[in-house]
Design a binder for this molecule. Structure first.
Ligand code: UTP
Length: 292
């Protein structure tokens, strides 16, 4: 059973400066809801009961977001704003949420190392705090279902075009079924000619506790950081790892264009915004709707 999740959210978010100079990128809103809240909701909707968020310098807003705010609650009560009140109270009770600070920005592999005492001998889910999906079944639930069948570490992957290989951990291996690959190669941010396939790690994982030993053995790699991709390659020496092609559309919020796309995608799925937004988009000259 997978009941615990780790959400690394300590990164500096340099691709999104200046917005991330004084606020965490995980707090950037998609319409009216911070990215981290979508990530926590996905974990909860996948049956996770216990969440550890890895934070760091400048990330206090993440803790405040999931804490009670009595002053605000009183204010909303006095003004009879029951909808807002319900929503902010719900946030403080979404799950059993814990926080730990990554002391130095040494990479995603290093961030996950901080979960060791919390997750112990159990397999656990990892959800990158800056990645969200538009999917029917929550992506973490898709992964957990596969994990229950195989009891091996499993990572979410998606097809990406060659120009994006250098942004992700790229995965190659032996196809076991339509959606499952037995992982044989893992390369962090390769050049177009160095990628083992067009499958990229998509920011969701179920990991066995063996990953911690593997992280300890991993040397700093790309950007001088302890990369999770490199740690998984280390784990591959001892355990099988599977890759699962998920159903859903991924948005890497740390990327400005993906962030814009996510806002439009999520807004088009909300009744109050869909029609007026489409009308606005169609009305923009040269936006594809001008000739109608
Ligand atoms: P990214 O690879 O997007 O790195 O991290 P980053 O530092 O946040 O962003 P850029 O590249 O400078 O713009 C993927 C996820 O891993 C977390 C991030 O917070 C993000 O959710 N992370 C990354 C950590 O928790 N610690 C790290 O040292 C690095």
């Amino acid at each position: 059973m997978v009941t615990k999740a780790v959400i690394p959210s300590a990164g500096l978010g340099t691709r999104f400066l200046p917005a991330t100079k004084a606020q965490p990128k995980e707090m950037l809103p998609i319409i009216d809801t911070p990215v981290i809240q979508y990530v926590v909701q996905e974990a909860v909707d996948s049956g996770i009961e216990d969440i550890l968020i890895i934070t760091g310098k400048g990330k206090r807003a993440l803790e405040d977001h999931f804490d009670r705010n009595f002053e605000l609650e009183e204010h909303l009560k006095l003004r009879n704003e029951s909808e807002g009140l319900e929503e902010i109270c719900r946030l403080a009770n979404m799950a059993d949420i814990h926080f730990i600070r990554q002391k130095e920005f040494l990479g995603l592999g290093d961030a996950i190392r901080y979960a060791r005492h919390h997750t112990g001998e159990e397999p656990f889910a990892v959800l990158l705090g800056d990645t969200i999906f538009d999917s029917g079944v929550p992506v973490t639930r898709q992964l957990i279902e596969e994990f229950e069948n195989h009891q091996q570490s499993i990572l979410a992957v998606e097809e990406v075009p060659p120009e994006k290989y250098s942004r992700y951990g790229m995965v190659g291996g032996r196809r076991v079924s339509d959606k499952i690959l037995e992982v044989e190669q893992l390369v962090e941010k390769p050049g177009i000619d160095e990628s083992p396939s067009s499958l990229a790690a998509a920011g969701r994982y179920i990991l066995t506790p063996g990953i911690f030993e593997a992280i300890e053995m991993t040397q700093p790699g790309k950007n001088n950081e302890i990369q999770l991709t490199d740690a998984l390659r280390e784990l591959l020496n001892r355990e099988n790892i599977l890759a699962f092609t998920i159903e859903g559309r991924r948005f890497d919020i740390g990327d400005k264009l993906d962030y814009l796309k996510a806002n439009i995608d999520f807004a088009l799925r909300r009744d109050e915004f869909a029609e007026p937004l489409l009308e606005f988009l169609r009305g923009i000259p040269d936006a594809g709707g001008g000739e109608e």
